[in-house]
Design a protein around this ligand. Structure first.
Ligand code: SF4
Ligand code: SF4
Length: 248
């Protein structure tokens, strides 16, 4: 289930008095703003056999998750990205963004010698980041507590850390993260275009302005660009790549 942000005027093709092209955080106090509750029901194209195999795999995975939850585990992997853990609290239509540590993400990694071929997150505080200066490309190995939060595997309280610096590219630090927290925006355009961008982050939202408190996640641009379809940073990158092609 999720809530979609909508606008009565944009729905009818009318112009927004503030010239917004999409509904976003700036709309919460506008009379034209409303949100629509979407409830999704899964459907499948799989035949009976494939569906059974899928359900068996799912049950096995859930069993594995249950056996891992709360355990102290040894994990090793290559850092894919480092980004702030951002939260937004919405009260009376007003959103307040705050930072609650950082995430280091891995595209895959090893629990002892067993490959886990999916995204994993390590939750760290600013002190950890200053001390290790972890950047994408570095190899990290550590003991941590295994937790799961709405489908995301999150490792916490890292100890016995071993690290190999691989001269990875520069990435976010505490002061840049604070600026990004204040100036960042929820992405309202298509997200596929942001997938490989180091400014793309997730934000956990607690919406208290409805009858029932709802929790959901959105993609958040740390560069403060909400219209990803016309993102100048991405367009610059495309132009640079085109110029490189012309030179060769
Ligand atoms: S501010 Fe937002 S909700 Fe209000 S008219 Fe403009 S786009 Fe629509
Ligand atoms: S800078 Fe552009 S590509 Fe990167 S996250 Fe923001 S909107 Fe997406």
């Amino acid at each position: 289930m999720e809530f979609l942000w909508k606008c009565h005027d944009l729905d009818k093709g009318k112009k927004c008095p503030k010239n917004f092209k999409h509904v976003g955080r700036g709309c919460f106090s506008c009379k034209k703003f409303y949100d629509e509750k979407m409830t999704y029901r899964p459907e499948t194209d799989l035949d009976g056999k494939s569906l059974k195999r899928f359900m068996d795999d799912l049950l096995e995975y859930r069993g594995w998750l249950d056996s891992m939850r709360g355990k102290n585990v040894r994990f090793g992997g290559t850092v894919a990205s480092v980004f702030p853990h951002l939260k937004m609290a919405i009260d009376n239509g007003q959103g307040r963004v705050y930072m609650d540590g950082f995430y280091i993400s891995f595209d895959s990694g090893y629990f002892d010698n067993n490959l886990f071929d999916d995204k994993i997150y390590l939750r760290v505080n600013g002190r950890f980041l200053c001390r290790t200066e972890a950047t994408p490309g570095d190899d990290l190995e550590f003991d941590a507590i295994f937790t799961e939060d709405r489908g995301r595997i999150i490792l916490r309280n890292p100890k016995k850390i071993e690290m190999t610096k691989n001269g990875g590219k520069e990435c976010i630090n505490i002061s840049r993260a604070q600026v990004a927290r204040a100036t960042g925006k929820i992405i309202v355009g298509s997200i596929e275009k942001c997938e490989d961008c180091s400014y793309c982050s997730l934000i956990d939202i607690e919406d208290r302005s409805r009858k029932e408190i709802s929790h959901y996640r959105r993609f958040y641009c740390l560069r403060g660009i909400s219209d990803s379809d016309n993102c100048p940073a991405r367009i610059e990158e495309i132009i640079r790549a085109e110029k490189r092609k012309i030179r060769f």
